[in-house]
Design a protein. Structure first.
Length: 252
Protein backbone atom coordinates (compact mmCIF):
# COMPACT_ATOMS: atom_id res chain seq x y z
CA UNK A 1 0.00 0.00 0.00
CA UNK A 2 1.22 3.52 -0.79
CA UNK A 3 0.79 5.17 2.59
CA UNK A 4 -0.08 8.85 2.70
CA UNK A 5 1.90 11.02 5.06
CA UNK A 6 -1.29 11.69 6.99
CA UNK A 7 -2.55 8.09 6.91
CA UNK A 8 -3.42 8.31 10.61
CA UNK A 9 -6.08 10.87 9.67
CA UNK A 10 -7.51 8.58 6.99
CA UNK A 11 -10.73 6.74 7.75
CA UNK A 12 -10.60 3.03 8.56
CA UNK A 13 -13.06 2.36 5.73
CA UNK A 14 -10.80 4.05 3.18
CA UNK A 15 -7.70 2.19 4.41
CA UNK A 16 -9.45 -1.16 4.19
CA UNK A 17 -10.82 -0.30 0.74
CA UNK A 18 -7.26 0.33 -0.44
CA UNK A 19 -5.99 -2.97 0.98
CA UNK A 20 -8.32 -5.66 2.35
CA UNK A 21 -5.44 -7.22 4.29
CA UNK A 22 -5.64 -4.21 6.61
CA UNK A 23 -8.94 -5.60 7.91
CA UNK A 24 -7.12 -8.73 9.12
CA UNK A 25 -4.36 -6.62 10.68
CA UNK A 26 -6.93 -4.56 12.57
CA UNK A 27 -8.58 -7.78 13.76
CA UNK A 28 -5.19 -8.97 15.04
CA UNK A 29 -5.15 -5.88 17.28
CA UNK A 30 -8.73 -6.47 18.45
CA UNK A 31 -10.38 -3.95 16.12
CA UNK A 32 -13.34 -4.83 13.88
CA UNK A 33 -13.03 -2.50 10.88
CA UNK A 34 -16.77 -2.57 10.08
CA UNK A 35 -17.57 -0.89 13.40
CA UNK A 36 -15.62 2.26 12.47
CA UNK A 37 -16.07 2.86 8.71
CA UNK A 38 -15.86 6.67 8.94
CA UNK A 39 -13.61 7.09 11.99
CA UNK A 40 -9.97 7.99 11.43
CA UNK A 41 -7.33 5.38 12.14
CA UNK A 42 -5.88 7.72 14.77
CA UNK A 43 -9.22 7.92 16.62
CA UNK A 44 -9.82 4.15 16.51
CA UNK A 45 -6.28 3.34 17.64
CA UNK A 46 -6.58 5.81 20.51
CA UNK A 47 -9.83 4.14 21.60
CA UNK A 48 -8.21 0.68 21.55
CA UNK A 49 -4.86 1.91 22.97
CA UNK A 50 -2.95 0.78 19.87
CA UNK A 51 0.00 2.59 18.26
CA UNK A 52 -0.89 3.22 14.58
CA UNK A 53 2.73 2.67 13.60
CA UNK A 54 2.53 -0.85 15.01
CA UNK A 55 -0.35 -1.55 12.66
CA UNK A 56 1.68 -0.41 9.68
CA UNK A 57 4.72 -2.43 10.74
CA UNK A 58 2.55 -5.51 11.15
CA UNK A 59 0.99 -4.96 7.71
CA UNK A 60 4.44 -4.59 6.13
CA UNK A 61 5.68 -7.76 7.85
CA UNK A 62 2.55 -9.56 6.67
CA UNK A 63 3.21 -8.45 3.09
CA UNK A 64 6.77 -9.79 3.23
CA UNK A 65 5.77 -13.26 4.42
CA UNK A 66 6.18 -15.88 1.75
CA UNK A 67 5.32 -19.55 1.95
CA UNK A 68 7.83 -22.02 0.50
CA UNK A 69 7.09 -23.45 -2.93
CA UNK A 70 6.20 -27.11 -3.49
CA UNK A 71 9.70 -27.55 -4.94
CA UNK A 72 11.29 -26.16 -1.76
CA UNK A 73 9.12 -28.38 0.43
CA UNK A 74 9.87 -31.46 -1.68
CA UNK A 75 13.58 -31.10 -0.88
CA UNK A 76 12.93 -31.16 2.87
CA UNK A 77 12.79 -34.37 4.93
CA UNK A 78 9.35 -35.56 5.96
CA UNK A 79 9.66 -34.32 9.57
CA UNK A 80 10.14 -30.72 8.37
CA UNK A 81 7.17 -31.10 6.04
CA UNK A 82 5.04 -32.25 8.98
CA UNK A 83 6.30 -29.33 11.10
CA UNK A 84 5.35 -26.88 8.32
CA UNK A 85 1.85 -28.36 8.00
CA UNK A 86 1.34 -28.23 11.79
CA UNK A 87 2.32 -24.56 11.72
CA UNK A 88 -0.26 -23.92 8.99
CA UNK A 89 -2.91 -25.76 11.03
CA UNK A 90 -2.14 -23.46 13.96
CA UNK A 91 -2.39 -20.42 11.68
CA UNK A 92 -5.75 -21.54 10.31
CA UNK A 93 -7.24 -22.26 13.73
CA UNK A 94 -5.82 -19.31 15.66
CA UNK A 95 -5.90 -16.59 13.00
CA UNK A 96 -7.86 -17.27 9.80
CA UNK A 97 -10.96 -18.95 11.24
CA UNK A 98 -11.45 -16.48 14.14
CA UNK A 99 -11.19 -13.57 11.68
CA UNK A 100 -13.75 -15.10 9.31
CA UNK A 101 -16.04 -15.98 12.23
CA UNK A 102 -15.79 -12.39 13.47
CA UNK A 103 -16.77 -11.06 10.05
CA UNK A 104 -19.71 -13.42 9.61
CA UNK A 105 -21.11 -12.97 13.11
CA UNK A 106 -20.34 -9.28 13.48
CA UNK A 107 -20.97 -7.54 10.16
CA UNK A 108 -24.14 -5.47 10.61
CA UNK A 109 -27.10 -6.06 8.28
CA UNK A 110 -26.17 -5.40 4.66
CA UNK A 111 -29.08 -4.48 2.43
CA UNK A 112 -29.71 -7.22 -0.11
CA UNK A 113 -27.51 -9.75 1.72
CA UNK A 114 -29.66 -10.44 4.79
CA UNK A 115 -30.68 -13.97 3.75
CA UNK A 116 -27.17 -14.93 2.68
CA UNK A 117 -25.63 -13.70 5.93
CA UNK A 118 -28.29 -15.53 7.94
CA UNK A 119 -27.36 -18.74 6.11
CA UNK A 120 -23.65 -18.14 6.62
CA UNK A 121 -24.21 -17.60 10.35
CA UNK A 122 -25.64 -21.13 10.47
CA UNK A 123 -23.31 -22.80 7.98
CA UNK A 124 -19.92 -21.38 8.93
CA UNK A 125 -19.81 -22.55 12.58
CA UNK A 126 -20.62 -26.07 11.33
CA UNK A 127 -17.84 -25.78 8.77
CA UNK A 128 -15.40 -24.65 11.49
CA UNK A 129 -16.37 -27.53 13.75
CA UNK A 130 -15.90 -30.05 10.95
CA UNK A 131 -12.63 -28.46 9.83
CA UNK A 132 -11.11 -28.51 13.33
CA UNK A 133 -12.19 -32.14 13.75
CA UNK A 134 -10.45 -32.93 10.44
CA UNK A 135 -7.24 -31.24 11.62
CA UNK A 136 -7.26 -33.09 14.93
CA UNK A 137 -7.88 -36.38 13.15
CA UNK A 138 -5.06 -35.71 10.71
CA UNK A 139 -2.59 -34.85 13.45
CA UNK A 140 -3.58 -37.74 15.72
CA UNK A 141 -3.62 -40.35 12.94
CA UNK A 142 -1.45 -39.36 9.97
CA UNK A 143 1.19 -37.29 11.74
CA UNK A 144 1.34 -39.82 14.59
CA UNK A 145 1.68 -42.61 12.02
CA UNK A 146 4.66 -40.84 10.43
CA UNK A 147 6.30 -40.47 13.86
CA UNK A 148 5.84 -44.21 14.47
CA UNK A 149 7.35 -45.04 11.07
CA UNK A 150 10.39 -42.92 11.90
CA UNK A 151 10.70 -44.64 15.29
CA UNK A 152 10.60 -48.02 13.54
CA UNK A 153 13.27 -46.85 11.10
CA UNK A 154 15.46 -45.96 14.07
CA UNK A 155 14.98 -49.39 15.65
CA UNK A 156 12.95 -48.25 18.66
CA UNK A 157 10.51 -51.21 18.46
CA UNK A 158 10.98 -54.94 18.64
CA UNK A 159 10.64 -56.58 15.22
CA UNK A 160 7.29 -58.28 15.90
CA UNK A 161 5.83 -55.12 17.47
CA UNK A 162 7.02 -53.09 14.50
CA UNK A 163 5.35 -55.50 12.09
CA UNK A 164 2.02 -55.20 13.95
CA UNK A 165 2.24 -51.39 13.76
CA UNK A 166 3.15 -51.42 10.07
CA UNK A 167 0.25 -53.66 9.10
CA UNK A 168 -2.32 -51.54 10.94
CA UNK A 169 -3.76 -48.33 9.42
CA UNK A 170 -1.50 -48.19 6.34
CA UNK A 171 -0.80 -44.72 4.99
CA UNK A 172 -2.65 -45.41 1.74
CA UNK A 173 -5.88 -46.01 3.66
CA UNK A 174 -5.40 -42.68 5.41
CA UNK A 175 -4.72 -41.05 2.03
CA UNK A 176 -7.95 -42.43 0.55
CA UNK A 177 -9.91 -41.10 3.55
CA UNK A 178 -8.16 -37.74 3.29
CA UNK A 179 -9.31 -37.15 -0.29
CA UNK A 180 -12.92 -37.02 0.93
CA UNK A 181 -12.10 -33.74 2.75
CA UNK A 182 -10.26 -32.03 -0.11
CA UNK A 183 -13.17 -29.71 -1.04
CA UNK A 184 -14.38 -28.63 2.36
CA UNK A 185 -15.69 -25.23 1.24
CA UNK A 186 -17.96 -26.48 -1.52
CA UNK A 187 -21.10 -25.55 0.45
CA UNK A 188 -19.93 -21.99 1.09
CA UNK A 189 -18.88 -21.62 -2.54
CA UNK A 190 -22.34 -22.71 -3.69
CA UNK A 191 -24.06 -20.40 -1.21
CA UNK A 192 -22.05 -17.38 -2.39
CA UNK A 193 -22.40 -18.34 -6.08
CA UNK A 194 -18.63 -18.69 -6.43
CA UNK A 195 -18.10 -15.50 -4.42
CA UNK A 196 -19.94 -13.36 -6.95
CA UNK A 197 -20.62 -9.77 -5.89
CA UNK A 198 -22.00 -6.76 -7.70
CA UNK A 199 -19.46 -3.98 -8.27
CA UNK A 200 -21.32 -1.69 -5.88
CA UNK A 201 -21.38 -4.28 -3.04
CA UNK A 202 -20.72 -2.77 0.41
CA UNK A 203 -17.16 -2.88 1.72
CA UNK A 204 -17.83 -5.43 4.52
CA UNK A 205 -19.18 -7.91 1.95
CA UNK A 206 -16.23 -7.34 -0.37
CA UNK A 207 -13.80 -7.99 2.48
CA UNK A 208 -15.71 -11.09 3.60
CA UNK A 209 -15.79 -12.62 0.11
CA UNK A 210 -12.12 -11.78 -0.43
CA UNK A 211 -11.17 -13.48 2.83
CA UNK A 212 -13.32 -16.55 2.10
CA UNK A 213 -11.70 -16.90 -1.32
CA UNK A 214 -8.26 -16.42 0.17
CA UNK A 215 -8.94 -19.07 2.80
CA UNK A 216 -10.17 -21.52 0.16
CA UNK A 217 -7.02 -20.86 -1.87
CA UNK A 218 -4.90 -21.55 1.22
CA UNK A 219 -6.78 -24.80 1.87
CA UNK A 220 -6.32 -25.86 -1.75
CA UNK A 221 -2.55 -25.32 -1.55
CA UNK A 222 -2.46 -27.08 1.82
CA UNK A 223 -4.31 -30.11 0.44
CA UNK A 224 -2.01 -30.20 -2.60
CA UNK A 225 1.06 -30.27 -0.33
CA UNK A 226 -0.44 -33.15 1.63
CA UNK A 227 -1.63 -35.11 -1.41
CA UNK A 228 1.40 -34.58 -3.65
CA UNK A 229 4.23 -34.42 -1.11
CA UNK A 230 3.34 -35.68 2.36
CA UNK A 231 1.44 -38.85 1.45
CA UNK A 232 3.91 -40.04 -1.22
CA UNK A 233 6.81 -39.47 1.21
CA UNK A 234 4.92 -41.28 3.98
CA UNK A 235 4.06 -44.21 1.69
CA UNK A 236 7.73 -44.59 0.71
CA UNK A 237 8.80 -44.36 4.35
CA UNK A 238 6.30 -47.07 5.24
CA UNK A 239 7.39 -49.34 2.37
CA UNK A 240 11.03 -49.00 3.36
CA UNK A 241 10.28 -49.70 7.02
CA UNK A 242 8.21 -52.76 6.08
CA UNK A 243 10.94 -54.03 3.77
CA UNK A 244 13.56 -53.77 6.52
CA UNK A 245 11.36 -55.45 9.13
CA UNK A 246 10.48 -58.36 6.84
CA UNK A 247 14.14 -58.79 5.94
CA UNK A 248 15.03 -58.94 9.66
CA UNK A 249 12.32 -61.56 10.24
CA UNK A 250 13.62 -63.69 7.33
CA UNK A 251 17.22 -63.55 8.56
CA UNK A 252 16.33 -64.40 12.18
Amino acid sequence: MQWKQDFEKTSVGELVSENYVFAAVLHYFGISFYQYPTDSLEKVCHKHKVNPRQLVEHLENWAQQKDPSLEDLYLNPIELLVAYLKKKHYYFVRQELPFLSNLISGIPGQQGYEALMADLKIMFPLFVEDFIHHIHEEESRLFKRIELLQDIEQGEFRVQDALVILEKDPVQRLADHHEIHDDEMEGIRLLTKDYFLEKDAPLPMRVLYHELQNFERELSIHAKIEDELLFPKAVELEKEALRKIRKQIQTN
